[in-house]
Write a new protein. Structure first.
Length: 494
């Protein structure tokens, strides 16, 4: 297991020698310690990324970068077990979900390899002009050295969404993973080096947000910050980046609704709802945290949902059959249980779960939790909880459902379940969200744009949109006539 930082294909500790412990959330044991980088370390990594970018990487063709991405994907396949096991130990998610993340990451590297190939094939885009004396094309150029800051909920995926797209575009990277889950990012760095990635193209610094993260955002050698994390931190990152007009893209939080109409197949709808609320312990930016259930079926639906939630096997994610692991750390456990307690004080009812599962006294385990008697002013209805807690309200008609769903400062994802596909389409069109799901939930289409409206962020990741994040359009206009413009010709003066 790599526990040092990757700078210019060399493994290094922090300049100060300080470290941060990495804890297995299933048993609270310390499994490793990683460098606590400061501005000096970040500076070295940024210098390395700049040298690599200016020293030749920006001039590589798409085919060369595609070949690097394909070798990286092959390397990941060969370390599939190591990556999945480490992800579960560091983050807590059940092992099958870690395998899913590794496999999806592999597909993403391959997809961006194809897109890098196409960048060459498609060449420059011609602009249609009304006049015949100009020829204008648009070339796409890499933005430069990118600072990437990622959260702890999908460590392998978040690294991949940014790094694969940036490399395809011809950028170089300095990644700062979450201080709570940096180990698989370091393993990915090791795989990249073994796969022949040139020095300085991928650099990884570990450390806290205030020390390493802020040093990265404010470093003048960085051309763009690609940030994924909470809305509070995103706002701070954007303000800091504004000082030198650094480009930013932000993937932030959500308070995502699911609307369930009374014509659904109940069992199928219950499963999509539970999947949305409890997968990855509810620690998903698009997690379903607000259920809007049509009043006629509310009792029946909630009875079935409670029974499904109660059957979910919670435990150490490395154990066979476990379907939900622990929350990522003690702070997150306290935050999520604090929301449940506050909801009860405000008048909500714990309809299912709400506490530690029996027999799991060590580790940050929480039962899948459903809250009823929730009102629109309660904190559990308005704020992102980021845990396995679903708040429920009933509605009577379509207009009320849409109004309640959109009554949030966030706009990341929204789901509608109805057998009436025309209604599902109509409602999806009215939902203020960057991602909508009809008759499914949390299905990540890696070829399609991912990101939020309102306070859920700006910019899009995945698909060609993810690569465009790291490209600048460059206008190239050529004068065609064999003559000058004649602007200062005295014979034409008025
Ligand atoms: P966070 O904002 O606390 O931290 C995210 C990253 O930012 C970490 O690497 C952290 O070290 C760093 N950071 C913290 N303070 C910083 C600062 N002052 N300057 C620079 N960097 C700083 O978020 P988290 O708790 O790690 O992750 C959970 C959040 O991420 C949730 O809000 C979730 O919705 C969001 N998220 C969004 C998406 C998306 O695609 N929209 C995906 C995953 C997670």
């Amino acid at each position: 297991m790599r526990t040092d930082m990757l700078i210019e294909n060399t493994w290094k500790g922090a300049a100060t020698g300080r470290t941060i412990d990495c804890t297995n959330p299933a048993d609270e044991s310390v499994i490793a310690s990683i460098p606590a980088a400061n501005a000096e370390d970040v500076e070295q990594a940024v210098d390395a990324a700049r040298r690599a970018f200016d020293g030749g990487w920006k001039q590589t063709d798409g085919k060369t970068r595609a070949a690097h991405l394909r070798r990286f994907a092959e390397g990941i396949k060969s370390r599939r077990d190591d990556l999945a096991q480490l992800e579960t130990k560091d983050n807590g998610k059940p092992l099958p979900e870690s395998y899913f993340d590794v496999d999806t990451a592999t597909q993403i590297y391959e997809m961006y390899a194809d897109l890098a190939d196409q960048l060459d094939e498609n060449g420059e885009e011609a602009v249609d002009l009304p006049d015949d004396f100009l020829r204008t094309t648009v070339a796409y150029r890499p933005v430069g050295a990118i600072g990437m800051i990622t959260p702890w909920n999908y460590p392998i995926e978040q690294f991949t969404w940014k790094v694969a797209a940036a490399i395809a575009a011809g950028c170089t990277c300095v990644v700062k993973p979450s201080e709570f889950t940096s180990l698989t990012a370091l393993m990915l760095g090791e795989i990249a080096v073994d796969a022949g990635m040139p020095a300085g193209v991928i650099n990884i610094v570990t450390g806290t947000g205030p020390d390493a993260g802020e040093a990265l955002v404010t470093n003048p050698g960085i051309d763009k910050i690609s940030f994924t994390g909470s809305t509070v931190t995103g706002r701070r990152v954007m303000a800091m980046a504004a000082a030198d007009l650094k480009r930013v893209s932000l993937e932030l939080g959500g308070k995502n609704p699911i609307i369930v109409f009374d014509d659904v197949d109940l069992d199928r709808a219950v499963e999509w709802t539970a999947f949305g609320a409890f997968v990855n312990q509810g620690q998903v930016c698009t997690s379903t945290s607000r259920l809007l259930i049509q009043d006629r079926i509310a009792d029946d639906f909630l009875g079935r949902l409670k029974s499904l939630a109660g059957s979910i096997v919670v435990g150490d994610g490395t154990r066979d059959g476990v379907q939900m692991g622990p929350l990522v750390n003690a702070a997150q456990y306290d935050k999520v249980t604090g929301y449940v307690a506050a909801a009860q004080t405000e008048g909500a009812t714990v309809f299912a779960g709400g506490g530690r599962p029996d027999g799991l006294n060590t580790g940050y385990f929480l039962q899948p939790t459903i809250l009823t008697d929730v009102t629109p002013d309660m904190s559990v209805w308005r704020e992102e909880i980021f845990g396995p807690v679903l708040s429920v309200m009933a509605f009577s008609d379509e207009d009320e459902a849409v109004r309640l769903a959109n009554d949030t400062p966030y706009g990341l994802a929204a789901t509608v379940l109805s057998e009436d596909t025309e209604r599902a389409e109509r409602v999806a069109d009215q939902l203020d969200a960057g991602i909508t799901w009809q008759n499914c939930n949390q299905v990540v289409v890696i070829q399609a744009p991912w990101g939020g409206v309102k306070k859920s962020g700006m910019g899009r990741e995945l698909g060609k949109w993810g690569m465009q994040n790291f490209l600048e359009p460059k206008q190239k206009t050529r004068w065609l006539p064999d003559a000058g413009i004649g602007w200062y010709d005295p014979s034409t003066a008025a």
